[in-house]
Design a protein around this ligand. Structure first.
Ligand code: PLP
Length: 401
């Protein structure tokens, strides 16, 4: 039986603080079974991985490796195509540093990216003479595949876009962009920080070469975890970000030979408990059912959108619900975004994010310095959203204008 909302809530200790947590786009609270999996590691077999033959190291290695298979199932990939990372940002940097882009190569990205899917490309532009072109014109922050088509030229090696915007919630036509990339022989990276775990993500259907995602958001895994999917025929050519212990076949005084991917991305002692917890988290969300999570988030988002009827409230992003992930971004006329967030916290213990959401070019595109963002997950309640809508109304009526 799939877990009900009440069952999931009962298993998230953080919710016992009575917080109304609407900051799931930043990171999500951790369910008890995920905590248990990590505690079990610490208490019962806390060895290192891939080092030695005693039973603790063998058990740790087995549990650590098992997470690849679970992540692969979540996104319809193969376990060998999953490299662990500490977050989405690291996963994107592995690609930026690892695919051997050189002077004159062109990358296409968008003005709606999280900084984590922009700075790694800007660094290549600055340090290696790679050409970076940004597309993105729409007021609703929805990407138009024809903009990519127009930007692709003979020098284009990579397109990098987000799947769902963390700043305004738009769901992008990633599958169409992927098709275009394939037709032109261009690599395609998807930043899936706001989609994996929240909605079905199938790398075969999306047609991407790389997909970067966190463990600590939609998947309800622990902080300090993330992963990179690199398609089988791409992963072999990908240079690891780090080299050192734990990933060598043999080392001589002036040369080394490395193990094969995906273990080649695990130099040094990795976040063993975190990755084990992430495996448990994958089972947890799959047990709820990712379709069910998406459906519930859509319903809760529709309910949050009721604030658009409130005078002085402006909502950013797509007009249509079907173009939106589980978050809304807004401002109240006459009030600063941080002030609104702080009042929601002070008056009703509602946790929302305020600021530029690590997406300053998007904010500039919208002509604002920042927004208030409320983001949901499966476990949020209709009552919580009702409280949120009513508090936004109260603040706008009494203090806005
Ligand atoms: C769209 C997007 N990309 C990248 C990131 C960075 O993720 P992480 O904190 O896992 O590095 C985030 C985080 O909020 C995000 O929303």
């Amino acid at each position: 039986m799939a877990k009900s909302v009440d069952e999931v809530r009962a298993e998230i200790p953080f919710l016992r603080t009575k917080v109304i947590y609407l900051d799931n786009a930043a990171t999500t609270p951790t369910p008890q079974p995920v905590l248990d999996a990590m505690l079990e590691y610490f208490r019962e077999y806390g060895g290192n991985i891939g080092r030695g033959i005693h039973r603790s190291t063998r058990r740790a290695t087995e549990a650590f490796e098992a997470t690849r298979e679970k992540l692969a199932r979540v996104i319809n990939a193969k376990p060998e195509e999953i490299a662990y990372a500490k977050n989405t940002t690291e996963a994107i940097n592995i690609v930026a540093q690892g695919i051997g882009l050189k002077r004159g190569d062109k990358i296409i990205t968008t003005v709606f990216e999280h900084h984590s899917n922009l700075l790694p490309w800007q660094r290549l532009e600055r340090e290696h003479g790679v050409k970076l072109e940004l597309v993105g014109m729409s007021k609703e922050c929805l990407l138009d595949p024809s903009e990519f088509e127009a930007a692709i030229d003979k020098k284009t090696r990579l397109i990098a876009t987000h799947h769902v915007s963390n700043a305004v919630g738009s769901i992008q036509p990633a599958g169409e962009i992927g098709k275009l990339a394939r037709e032109h022989g261009v690599l395609y990276l998807i930043d899936a920080a706001q989609s994996v775990g929240h909605m079905p993500v199938d790398v075969q259907k999306l047609g991407c070469d790389f997909l970067a995602a966190p463990g600590h958001k939609g998947l309800l895994g622990p902080q300090g975890t993330g992963f990179l999917y690199a398609k089988e025929d791409r992963v072999a050519g990908l240079e690891p970000l780090l080299v050192g212990g734990g990933i060598v076949e043999e080392v001589e005084e002036h040369r080394y030979g490395l193990v094969k991917p995906p273990q080649v991305f695990d130099a040094g002692t990795p976040n063993i408990p975190g990755i084990i917890g992430l495996g448990r988290a994958c089972e947890y969300v799959m047990n709820i059912g990712i379709e069910r999570i998406a459906e519930r988030e859509r319903k809760l988002t529709e309910q949050m959108l009721k604030i658009s009827d409130i005078e002085r409230v402006e909502i950013y992003g797509p007009r249509h619900l079907e173009d939106r992930g589980g978050l809304i971004s807004f401002n109240i006329e006459g009030l600063g975004h941080h002030d609104v967030a702080s009042m929601l916290d002070e008056l009703a213990k509602i946790a929302v994010r305020s600021g530029h959401h690590c997406a300053q070019p998007t904010m500039r595109h919208l002509g604002v310095e920042g927004t208030v963002r409320a983001s949901v997950h499966y476990y949020n309640l209709e009552d919580e959203i009702e409280k949120f809508v009513s508090m936004v109304g109260q603040i706008a009526r009494e203090l806005g204008g």
